[in-house]
Write a protein that binds this ligand. Structure first.
Ligand SMILES: Nc1nc2c(ncn2[C@@H]2O[C@H](COP(=O)(O)OP(=O)(O)O)[C@@H](O)[C@H]2O)c(=O)[nH]1
Ligand SMILES: [Mg+2]
Length: 345
């Protein structure tokens, strides 16, 4: 899973990148870093099963470069686009600690929108050729005209309802407003607590109007916290009245936005957290562990985390209490289940 961080120059992208990952990007363009997804349930399972290894789920972050120019013009693709071509979600930073941050956020959103409009107009311009091309399998011209119309009304493609078929037809087209997107309102250290005001309020009102979620952070303070030794972190957070770190809040937002949840595998070798989407079934989960396990899938032995706790942390007891269930391929996993996949081969 990969998240691209974009924003205006000096909006605090690199500072937020450090706050989330604990890594300083320095002058490196497009720096990547990986974050372990914190999960107290995995910590507990590790205490119980005492494996050789504990493996958290991970999320990658990219500190994308700023656009060369802040004016969204046709024919001038911003430099961050190439860096967010393959991400799962986009995180936009808005410099709400200074004047103009809200306007810049709007400009960045419009750059994404303009890029999509150009891509769509580019296909529409080839309409006559496409019509006689038997190999064309992309979106219909009718759909593209509808989407272009919506984009011209400043509507992000992710907020337009599309059928499964329409979505599938768009899968080969590089459209940026289709990505799940959220915003970090980078507020000054005086505004960490309390209601949003000034630039942050302006940015939030704009984001409400384009149906885009946001969180407020003070990147500067959070970056400082993220690079402190573990033992000093707690007292520093208390000083600022912070209950959770920016990293935790960003990761939580990513999971909510993408509809992700976790399942666990446990054993002597490793206890591991895996990421799946809500609504994924047992065979999809098995495929995360290994494609061969999905192929030879027989049954999944599943126990919810709560049922394991209620069975004194013992899978044997859970089994005796009928809390360790045998499930088939189509079984839809709940969040936090402990799974063992029986498979052939
Ligand atoms: N006062 C204040 N300054 C910030 C904050 N976040 C970033 N900055 C400053 O803005 C400048 C640019 O930050 P940086 O993260 O490098 O921005 P980038 O260009 O978006 O990567 C740095 O001098 C930071 O100290 C903030 O929350 N408050
Ligand atoms: Mg930077």
């Amino acid at each position: 899973m990969e998240i691209g961080i974009i924003g205006a120059p000096q909006s605090g992208k690199s500072t937020l990148f450090t706050a989330i990952t604990g890594v300083e990007p320095g002058n490196e363009v497009g720096k990547r870093a990986v974050v372990k997804v914190p999960d107290p349930r995995l910590d507990h399972l590790t205490d119980v099963f005492k494996p050789k290894k504990k493996i958290n789920a991970t999320v990658n972050f990219i500190d994308a470069p700023p656009p060369q120019s802040m004016s969204a013009k046709r024919g001038s693709a911003p430099s961050f686009l190439g860096f967010i071509k393959t991400v799962d979600a986009i995180l936009v930073v808005s410099a709400c600690y200074r004047d103009g941050g809200a306007k810049e956020l709007q400009d960045i959103m419009e750059m994404l929108l303009l890029s999509d409009l150009e891509v769509i107009e580019g296909i529409l311009a080839r309409e006559n050729k496409i019509k006689i091309d038997p190999k064309y399998s992309g979106p219909s011209m009718e759909l593209l005209r509808k989407l272009a119309g919506e984009l011209e009304q400043m509507k992000m493609l992710r907020n337009i309802e599309l059928s499964e078929k329409e979505l599938a037809s768009l899968s080969g087209v590089q459209l940026f407003t289709k990505y799940p997107t959220f915003v970090a309102l980078n507020v000054s250290e005086n505004d960490i607590k309390g209601e949003l005001k000034g630039e942050a309020k302006k940015a939030a009102d704009y984001l409400d109007s384009i149906k885009t979620p946001y969180i407020a952070v003070c990147a500067l303070i959070e970056a400082e916290i993220a690079t402190l030794p573990d033992e000093d972190r707690e007292s520093f957070m208390q000083e600022y009245g912070l209950e959770s770190t920016a990293s935790d809040r960003v990761i939580q937002e990513v999971y909510d936005l993408l509809g992700y949840q976790t399942f666990f595998t446990v054993g002597e070798d490793e206890c591991r957290a895996w990421t799946i989407r809500k609504g994924d079934n047992a065979v999809t989960a098995a495929g995360k562990v290994h494609s061969d396990i999905a192929k030879g899938f027989i049954r999944a032995e599943c126990c919810t985390y709560e049922d394991l706790l209620a069975s004194d942390n013992s899978l044997q007891k859970a089994k005796a209490n009928a809390k360790l269930r045998l499930e088939g391929k189509e079984y839809i996993l709940k969040d936090g289940e402990i799974c063992h996949f029986r498979h052939s081969g």
